[in-house]
Design a protein around this ligand. Structure first.
Ligand code: GSH
Length: 220
């Protein structure tokens, strides 16, 4: 059976978790506590970079969430999550990569605001919001009259970008200037797979402590 090593609060592993659910696959979830468990030899044997997610399928270990999503699509294509049309496929890939390379780092800088923690460097927060706005404008331009990026059905773009965008209003970035993206976001968070993988208040409290520790260490 498929086994996903994850942290329920990590967008990097939640995108794999949601994809497994959307594809209606059977899998086992193993939570890795990121307060040190990721450095244990047993886990380093699965991922030498000490990161979740890790997916194990029939003895085959995979790291890097985008590689894992591609594997799931290739091996379990029954619920197809990639368009075949060249332009739509490019849209999906652009959204996936811009979400990870541009949006996620800026959103991470906004996490103290999202969690109600004291903000040290206001200028850094403003720069992060500017960066986020650039990405949101780009995403808005890629949505047409279809409900998902480049598709009538959910694609891999949704678990990737759709686990980051819903956090933004709490970081002081309103989605109201991006009506198509706003509707897309509402559509996703209403899905059972988003609801099932939503962070609980207890998890949010744990995340607060983790982010506070990172701020204290100067890592954020
Ligand atoms: N590029 C990786 C990033 C994975 C990643 O950064 N995971 C974080 C959690 S969000 C992690 O495991 N951090 C623990 C550590 O670095 O020790 C992917 O997409 O899978």
């Amino acid at each position: 059976m498929l086994k996903l090593y994850h942290d329920p609060l990590s967008p990097n592993s939640r995108r794999v978790w949601i994809t497994l659910l959307e594809k209606r696959l059977e899998f086992e979830l193993v939570e890795v506590k990121l307060d040190g468990e990721q450095f244990k030899p047993e886990f380093l044997a699965l991922n030498p970079f000490h990161h979740i997610p890790v997916l194990v399928d029939d003895g085959f270990n995979m790291v890097e969430s985008l590689a894992i999503l591609d594997y799931l699509e290739a091996k379990y294509p029954t619920t197809a999550m990639l368009p075949s049309n060249a332009k739509d496929l490019a849209i999906v890939r652009m959204v996936e990569l811009a979400a990870i390379n541009e949006l996620l780092p800026a959103t991470t800088s906004l996490s103290p605001v999202m969690l109600g923690l004291p903000v040290g460097d206001i200028k850094k927060i403003e720069q992060a919001r500017q960066k986020v706005s650039t990405v949101l404008k780009f995403f808005e331009s890629l949505l047409d009259d279809r409900p998902f990026f480049g598709s009538e059905n959910i694609t891999l773009a949704e678990p990737v970008a759709g686990t980051i965008v819903p956090w933004l209003p709490a970081g002081g970035v309103s989605l109201s200037d991006y009506p198509k993206l706003n509707a897309w976001c509402d559509r996703l968070i209403a899905r059972p797979t988003w609801q099932q993988t939503q962070a609980t208040p207890e998890m949010m409290e744990a995340l607060r402590s983790r982010i506070q520790a990172m701020i204290t260490k100067g890592a954020l």
